[in-house]
Design a protein around this ligand. Structure first.
Ligand code: PXG
Length: 445
């Protein structure tokens, strides 16, 4: 009976896996299966070598197959595969939090563990609301996100997010009391900016308008990505994040940086907060935390926020929130090993020394057919192409696919190609990424 209801499968062995954020039918008709990885490369199931231009999915910052992580994980699995962190603890959780606090932006030295970026975001939003309540400002429950923002797929992150496809299918199931700042992508003023765009700092002042509309006394937090990746790489205009910080300070509103992509060295400092010299109250991370090896996220909190919860009877739970796998011992082992590699090899700042070459390389694509913008910062790059008439995303997908067929894996969002290679990339590999992408764009109508 099922067979009559569903179209005949081309690859029945691929049927059962409902793939995330994927055109399932298109993929299963022409699958791209990765089987092995080492260093800067993947190998497909049929043995083809593919240069990884996007660090897996913005997470494998130290490159693939790091034996230090494998060994730490293997050892931890053999020693103690699981331990609860509700009313119990294990040493690696405390060690990891202490070590992370040392590389964190100033004051962000209280750390809550999660299993993903989405969980980190929902955790940070809940902490922000509960923090105000703990200080007697329980009416501060509103949240402000931004158009084109991506904060994962939980109900909280979806609600403060601003990518329309991630929202529209879920109807009215959004959190109430959420508003959005305008996004900062302005090709008309800023096309082909090298590094941060100069135009658009004043867009931060829109926060004052939303505050005037709702009154500051109702607003808990503002959440933004310092640089957004998912929406196709959107950069903050110079001075924009500082302005957001000033406005939040003036009105006692918490500022949350979602550093799931920018964290762990992506833009030349451990975190974007340090690169842009703007310190948030809460910072969400995941991805590079374990080099992508084991799922894990972390929310970094200013001490004043943690301290605000530490009141009432000592036997009372201060924050009614957490996950079975918060600070999972195997994830902690992976994160500690990843952090060792990052520090030993200088990877948390390596992007800074490569960024000039990277910038020149990606901007060499300016002037190619259909290219309407090139954006870069640290080891992040994007090339935006004009959409085909009536077929948004088709050109982007074709370019992505041809690059993959020629041995370079990139990310496609609509007609934008995003690049974010492992931070161990060699100069010659930067050239290879850009040469392949350039050749493909030249021959794609
Ligand atoms: N916040 C930000 C800023 C992100 O970039 C998340 C939260 C959610 O993380 P999890 O671990 O729940 O997926 C992300 C995730 C892309 C792409 O194509 C980006 C992400 C995930 C998948 C694809 O750019 N970012």
């Amino acid at each position: 009976m099922n067979a009559q209801l569903t179209p005949a499968a081309i690859n029945p062995e691929l049927d059962a896996f409902w793939m995330p954020f994927t055109a399932n039918r298109q993929f299963k008709a022409n699958p791209r299966l990765l089987a092995r990885a080492q260093g800067m490369f993947y190998w497909t199931q049929d043995g083809r070598e593919v240069l990884d231009g996007v660090a897996g999915l913005w997470c494998v910052n130290a490159g693939h197959g790091r034996h230090e992580i494998t060994e730490a994980v293997t050892k931890q699995l053999a020693t103690m595969e699981f331990a609860p962190t509700f009313q119990m603890g294990h040493p690696l959780a405390f060690e990891l939090a202490n070590r992370l606090a040392k590389v964190a932006p100033p004051g962000l030295d209280r750390i809550f563990f999660t299993n993903s970026g989405s969980e980190s975001v929902d955790t940070a939003l809940k902490i922000a609301i509960a923090y105000h309540r703990a200080r007697g400002a329980g009416q501060r429950t509103r949240l402000i996100g931004r158009e084109k923002g991506y904060h994962g797929v939980g109900f909280g992150g979806m609600s403060v997010g601003g990518m329309v496809n991630n929202r529209k299918f879920f109807g009215s199931s959004m959190l109430p009391g959420v508003d959005h700042l305008p996004h900062t992508l302005d090709i008309e003023h800023n096309a082909f900016s090298r590094g941060l765009p100069q135009w658009g700092t004043q867009l931060a002042n829109e926060l004052e308008r939303l505050i005037a509309l709702h009154d500051a006394s109702t607003i808990a937090a503002v959440i933004v990505e310092p640089i957004s990746g998912s929406a196709g790489v959107v950069l903050p205009p110079a001075g924009y994040l500082k302005r957001l910080r000033e406005i939040c300070d003036k009105h006692d509103i918490l500022l949350i940086f979602d550093e799931v992509i920018t964290g762990f060295g992506r833009i030349g400092k451990p975190f974007a907060a340090q690169a842009f010299d703007v310190t948030p109250d809460l910072m969400t991370t995941a991805k590079g935390l374990t080099n992508g090896a084991i799922p894990m996220g972390a929310v970094f909190s200013q001490r004043k926020i943690y301290d605000a919860f530490m009141q009432g009877p000592e036997n009372a739970i201060e924050l009614f929130h957490g996950y079975t796998y918060s600070a999972h011992p195997v994830a902690c082992a992976a994160a500690l090993a990843a952090l060792d590699i990052y520090l030993k090899e200088g990877l948390l700042t390596r992007a800074a020394s490569l960024s000039a070459q990277w910038e020149n390389a990606v901007h060499s694509l300016r002037g190619l057919p259909h290219v309407i913008d090139v954006r870069n910062y640290g080891l992040i790059g994007a090339v935006e192409m004009e959409p085909r008439q009536g077929k948004p995303g088709a050109r982007g997908f074709e370019v992505f696919l041809k690059c993959f067929e020629r041995g370079v894996m990139l990310r496609q969002t609509g007609d934008t190609i995003a690049m974010a290679p492992p931070l161990v990339i060699l100069p010659a590999q930067i050239e290879r990424i850009v040469e392949t992408l350039g050749a493909v764009i030249r021959e794609t109508a």
